[in-house]
Design a protein around this ligand. Sequence first.
Ligand SMILES: Nc1ncnc2c1ncn2[C@@H]1O[C@H](COP(=O)(O)OP(=O)(O)O)[C@@H](O)[C@H]1O
Ligand SMILES: [Mg+2]
Length: 297
Amino acid sequence: MSMIEFHHVSFVYNKKDPNRYDAINDINFNIEENDFVALVGKTGSGKSTLIQTLNGLLLPSKGYTKVKDFIVTGDKEIIKKLVKEKKYKKTELKNFSKLRKEVGMVFQFPEYQLFSETVLKDVMFGPKNFGFKEKEAEEKAKECLKKVGLDASYFNRSPFELSGGEKRRVAIAGIIASNPSILVLDEPTVGLDPNGRKEILDLVKKIHQEGTTIIIVTHDMETVMNYANKVIVLKDSKYLGMMKPSELFNKDDIETYSLEVPPFYKFKRYLKEYGYKKDISEANDLASLINILSEEK
Ligand SMILES: Nc1ncnc2c1ncn2[C@@H]1O[C@H](COP(=O)(O)OP(=O)(O)O)[C@@H](O)[C@H]1O
Ligand SMILES: [Mg+2]
């Protein structure tokens, strides 16, 4: 069994309205435990909609999203079937509080979710909400703040007076303080400078290395290339495929995916276009490319 499964997932906004909009359409794929998955696609392709089915913020209009043993669906036929077969109780299919502890969700501009008067209190909110006692929540919050690189001098500061990157790290600390096994981040580096961006991504990498499954929505193909082990492409509400990042960027028809190609892969294309004959298809980092280029003929 995969950690996460999408089974024919579709979602329609404003279903009963003339403005109805099919934001995602018949999506099927699986994510394995401890994957680091990048979800990419043009603005409006359905990325944010899809990930919100992971913790029941949005319920698929058709099909279902499965996370471990939890099922998320608003599809009446599926609910009826699962209840009839006694696989789930109706109440289990409507209550997502346990699921939300498993799936930590960092939204776009997570700093807007900060609200407490001190950094420490903000990070304690999640664990307290999930039933930790005051003292335990405080210990957990301190541990997570350390993990995101904010030492004790930050604990009693107002989250609102921090830099953009620091605010995001506080928000991430608040999410991981509930020990989620899956962390979902929707464009977490938008608006940060290169340093802030790298800090956030290296932090996500560390959280991944400690055993958390990661799904990150991004427009930044360098992030895909340098951090993810798999990339999933959405286009016009549909799933185009899941592959290794190098496989995606080496595709001859990558234009059809409407993505920005990283400079490294653009350079490989130029080499081919300008008549370089040796096989460079296996070179997916600068060192191996230089190796091939500098070999004797
Ligand atoms: N609350 C909403 N009501 C109606 N349409 C929406 C809503 N949220 C998103 N959409 C539409 O659904 C489509 C997919 O949106 P979204 O999942 O946010 O895409 P992405 O995250 O890839 O940019 C877009 O065309 C968007 O306009
Ligand atoms: Mg989005």
